[in-house]
Write a protein that binds this ligand. Structure first.
Ligand code: 6R9
Length: 664
């Protein structure tokens, strides 16, 4: 376990205040929260753990529309890595997100598109969404996409991104979204790993007043993807772009050719729904695979109970569709529940720091969901920006990283005016939907704690040294889960052994999250952060090994070690130590080249904040780089390194210490 995560939970938990769902939130509620009390939560929770088949069968039939009912609720186990849900059941995800609402209430607004420029945007009703989805589904079929194929999406936050998701799953294909901030190299690797033959993109993207050359990046990537036969391009800005005849097709030309209905493909509950690549401890990103029914149920359940979504609500998740938060809470949860979801193309800072609050006010948003990194930025900008009148807001969600108590309180008092309930939701790409979280309108909350487990989640705090579960309250360790739940990832694409080794073989019989956590005297969970080599920069999950692999690609680099350091604004920041090959001079120009190398290999969001060029890296006698020492030096504890007798080259430590002190 990382040395950062050893603060005792006891003192902290006794000191913090407990906040109950505000009365004013309940007063402005259109009816009342789905769950009436903590007792009701506890009783439902108990059933979800002791009688999961009964609990989930009921919820699956209540929240999803099936073309064929299931007999078996769940089979398999965490130990075997073969958990499966609702196995005989058949359904289509796009039918569940679109058709059933379009049939019932065609004019209900599905998407509220808020463009980068505040004056631009449009709304799409459920019936309009159905037409667009069907047309694109036809286009994809014409482009050769078949059931079970993967289709890559490299799109900014525009309605067409959601249309693309839904068109792909309508025909039984699997979407693989690559965040449109990834570099051409990263895009190429993911397209190849997923064996995608079709890529969907725009001519350009627009964000925060800046243009992003999405098509150019796709062109660069596809030069090394010989198996890609088609590229569907949505015209967003009208920029001049390169065109590859026979491969590239304009979205607007193609959709015109097709009728506005196509029947949804009948899918099995366990058929793959999507892949989403995420960082782990090693350099190679993992294509986390989610399946149809279980994932959809997790999205619908958490939408309903965590965010307390009711008919007529307007939900605004500020996450990008390139990450899991955007998948589950921009697209699936709100659409499954038939409400309106805001698709926001811009940034919280453009044209000024009032942007989010103005959107919430204008569109009468009822639930807002964002990462603490954005809140830190907006808090620093000052309370004057939070002038907008946001009378409908009932729920304020936080996701992606721990939220500091001051930021939590600012969110509650300044943004929510003490009229909205804060839900600090803990979950991961692999869990599919929220797993430790308050329920809006129900759970008392403590700033900084993700509170209590969601239905079906049976957490365990495990001693990382002995691997034994630590029972009782007031305990600290690593976080694992003891039972499979419907929306857990089923595998890593083409690498099931890696899935087993990363999540299920670490502590046999448990799902290992990779996070440290404490359980306080009242059973509330406090997430401490990753205990592996994953860093969290502005809510983006990055692997230090992946950044090291990018640095090594530079011709002057002999060895590199990357560590995460605490950062006031971004949560963590990436710092790199680089040993250069003989014949190179440690200049600022070279440092810049290293940063560029990471931008090029992964994307701008992974660029190191600081690069230290060092003569050598501290290593064990067996040659392992000692990142622990580098972390301590950066934390200003270079003179308290403890036992360094295992370091094979101790002299280097003094040199690095001096170098870091000089630069800071
Ligand atoms: C949804 C998402 C997962 C990692 C996870 C943990 C961190 C997420 C958190 C949180 C503290 C929360 N994390 N939510 N830490 N409090 N409420 O972010 O998925 O990108 O896969 O990252 O994010 O460390 O393990 P993903």
């Amino acid at each position: 376990m990382g040395e950062e995560s050893k603060t005792p939970v006891v003192a902290e938990a006794h000191m913090v205040d407990t906040f109950h769902p505000p009365q004013k939130m309940l007063d402005k509620h259109p009816s009342k929260p789905h769950i009436g009390s903590m007792e009701e939560y506890q009783q439902m929770y108990k059933e979800s753990i002791t009688e999961p088949d009964k609990f989930w069968a009921k919820k699956a039939r209540e929240l999803l529309t099936w073309q064929r009912d299931f007999d078996t609720v769940r089979t398999g186990s965490l130990a075997e890595g073969d958990a499966a849900w609702f196995v005989e059941g058949q359904l289509n995800a796009s039918y569940n997100c679109v058709d059933r609402h379009a049939i019932k209430d065609p004019n209900r607004v599905a998407l509220i598109y808020v463009a980068d420029e505040p004056s631009e945007g449009r709304t799409l009703t459920y019936s309009e969404l159905l037409r667009e989805v069907c047309k694109v589904a036809h286009v994809l079929k014409k482009m050769g996409v078949r059931k079970g194929d993967t289709v890559a999406i490299y799109l900014p936050m525009i309605p067409e991104a959601i249309i693309a998701f839904l068109a792909i799953i309508r025909i039984g294909a699997i979407h693989s979204v690559i965040f449109a901030g990834f570099s051409a190299d990263s895009l190429r690797d993911r397209v190849i790993d997923a064996q995608s033959k079709v890529v969907i993109t725009t001519d350009e993207g627009k964000r925060g007043g800046k243009l992003i050359a999405t098509k150019r990046i796709v062109d660069d990537a596809l030069r090394q993807c010989p198996d890609v036969t088609g590229c569907l391009v949505y015209k967003r800005t009208g920029a001049e772009i390169q065109w590859t005849e026979g491969r590239d097709l304009w979205w607007h030309d193609e959709v015109e050719k097709w009728p506005s209905y196509i029947a949804p493909e009948v899918m099995n509950a366990e058929d793959p729904l999507f892949l989403l690549y995420t960082s782990g401890s090693t350099g190679k990103p993992k294509g986390v695979m989610h399946t149809t029914a279980g994932y959809l149920l997790g999205a619908a359940m958490t939408g309903k109970y965590v965010f307390d979504i009711h008919d007529g609500d307007k939900y605004f998740c500020g996450g990008d569709v390139g990450w899991i938060t955007g998948h589950t809470y921009v697209v699936y949860a709100p659409l499954l529940l038939g409400i309106s979801t805001v698709v926001f193309e811009g940034t919280p800072a453009y044209p000024n720091f009032s942007r989010y609050w103005e959107i919430i006010a204008k569109h009468e948003v009822t639930q807002f969901y964002v990462a603490p990194t954005a809140l830190r930025l907006l808090k620093r900008a000052g309370d004057d920006y939070v002038k907008a009148h946001m009378p409908k807001l009932r729920v304020l969600g936080s996701v992606g990283e721990p939220i500091a108590a001051e930021v939590w309180k600012w969110y509650f008092e300044v943004v929510g005016r003490e009229e909205a309930h804060i839900v600090d939701t803990y979950w991961q790409t692999e869990t599919g939907s929220n797993v430790i979280t308050p329920l809006a309108g129900v759970t008392p909350t403590k700033p900084g704690s993700a509170s209590l487990p969601f239905f079906g989640i049976e957490p365990a705090i495990v001693d990382p040294v002995s691997g034994e579960e630590i029972h009782g309250n007031d305990v600290e360790g690593v976080l694992a889960f003891k039972q499979p739940w419907p929306s857990m990832a089923r595998t890593v694409w083409g690498a099931h052994k890696r899935y087993m080794d990363t999540y299920l073989n670490v502590y046999k019989g448990y799902y290992f999250t990779g996070d440290g956590a404490g359980r306080d005297h009242e059973g509330f969970y406090w997430i401490r952060g990753r205990v592996d080599d994953v860093v969290n920069v502005s809510g983006h999950r990055l692997s230090t090994a992946e950044i090291e692999a990018a640095l090594i690609e530079h011709h002057a680099v002999a060895e590199a070690a990357v560590v995460g350091v605490t950062d006031e604004m971004t949560g963590q920041a990436v710092n790199a130590f680089v040993a250069i090959k003989d014949g190179n001079e440690p200049t600022d120009a070279l440092r810049k080249e290293f940063i560029l190398q990471v931008r090029k290999s992964i994307g701008p969001f992974a660029a190191p904040r600081a690069v230290y060029i060092v003569p050598d890296l501290p290593k064990t006698r067996s040659g392992k780089i000692m990142r622990r020492i580098l972390r301590k030096i950066l934390a200003g504890e270079g003179d308290q390194l403890g036992d360094i007798s295992t370091v094979s080259n101790p002299k280097i430590i003094d040199m690095i210490n001096a170098d870091v002190k000089r630069t800071k």
